[in-house]
Design a protein around this ligand. Structure first.
Ligand code: NAP
Length: 324
């Protein structure tokens, strides 16, 4: 069977596929494929493993009649038109769970870094602006006993809330479409409505998937309802936050700070005004970027494809309704 991999993935995943005797082609380049190139590659293979941020739209599924399955090496699937995949009979799988701890670590890192203006203070040293110890300068805020609000308390939100509770005894409140009873029992998390999440959170961390419903959910209106002392963290997808509105809210003091692992667009422009604000820490989408986690994601993505090749259901299928 011919497998096309859209970007080089950790060798363990490639070895697993090779050991099963399959022919593999890899798009081994930092430049993403154009939509036409992606279709061309999709037409020449039976299975696709997506290692990058390629978009798979209805045109792709319509144009690749030989395609039998698509395996994503990510938990997010906002880059795939799942309805179209289902319409054309293509099962799509993702890699949930194995990246939750690493991504929650990045949310934690950003929360702490923002609370102490860490990135800005580091830049001050680089620019020769550190003039010595000053009792009234470089002041951050503490996290002990503060309220952590989670927008989208699922796998990653749970891990982050667990760490924040253990480290700083933070009170956990959350908003989902449905209650997360495990989080309520294990972490004492309290379910609140969206408005209470905005008005009560000292740190508000975004962990919901990017969908039509969540796109631009955090905007001028929501920032106005948050505490002036609040920190916003986003490790989900850049599209949930209106970045122009965020920059404005930070500049006029409606929010205290923000930590972003994801931006819109990616990569963020090097001269983006958010990068120079004092209470902002930005990372280049490194949530799952540890050796261990990326190995596990590659193995899970490869295992899903091997199941599909054997004619079995992919264990982590996003659109199970595709199967008879
Ligand atoms: P998950 O377990 O599905 O959790 C997402 C949570 O969001 C669910 O509890 C869901 O609960 C809630 N949700 C969905 N739609 C919502 C809405 N409209 N309003 C409020 N809550 C909503 O997913 P996960 O594994 O934690 O991953 C979350 C996201 O993180 C992914 O979709 C991905 O985009 C992002 N991610 C980023 C990185 C990175 O490198 N920065 C790494 C991994 C994942 P209900 O269904 O009850 O609403």
């Amino acid at each position: 069977m011919k497998i096309f991999i859209t970007k080089r993935i950790p060798q363990k995943g490639i070895d697993l596929l090779k050991a099963a005797g399959h022919e593999i082609a890899i798009h081994d380049s930092p430049t993403p494929l154009s939509p036409a190139e992606l279709i061309q590659s999709g037409q020449q293979c039976d299975y696709v493993l997506n290692g990058g941020m390629q978009k798979f739209d209805a045109d792709f599924f319509r144009s690749c009649p030989n395609l039998k399955a698509l395996s994503l090496m990510s938990v997010g699937y906002d880059n795939v038109d799942i309805r179209a995949a289902t319409q054309y009979g293509i099962p799509v799988s993702n890699t949930p769970g194995v990246l939750s701890g690493a991504t929650a670590d990045v949310a934690f890192l950003l929360m702490l870094a923002v609370s102490r203006k860490a990135f800005f203070n580091h830049k001050q040293i680089l620019q020769g602006k550190w003039k010595g110890f000053d009792p009234t300068a470089h002041l951050g805020i503490e996290l002990n006993n503060k309220t952590l609000g989670i927008y989208g308390l699922g796998r990653i939100g749970f891990e982050f809330a667990r760490k924040a509770r253990a480290a700083y005894n933070m009170e956990i409140i959350y908003y989902n479409r449905r209650r997360n009873l495990e989080a309520e029992q294990v972490l004492g998390a309290r379910y609140v409505n969206f408005d209470d999440l905005l008005t009560r959170s000292d740190v508000l961390s975004i962990h919901a998937a990017l969908t039509a419903e969540t796109a631009n959910r955090f905007n001028q209106d929501t920032f106005k309802r948050m505490k002036n002392s609040a920190i916003l963290i986003n490790t989900a997808r850049g599209g949930l936050v209106k970045e122009d509105d965020l920059a404005r809210a930070l500049c006029v003091g409606e929010l205290w700070g923000a930590g972003l692992d994801v931006t819109n667009p990616e990569p963020m422009a090097a001269d983006d005004p958010l990068l120079n604000l004092e209470n902002v820490c930005i990372l280049p989408h490194i949530g799952s970027a540890t050796v261990e986690t990326r190995d596990n994601m590659a193995l899970m993505a490869a295992s899903n494809l091997l199941a599909a090749i054997k004619g079995e259901r992919m264990p982590q299928t996003i659109n199970p309704e595709v199967y008879p």
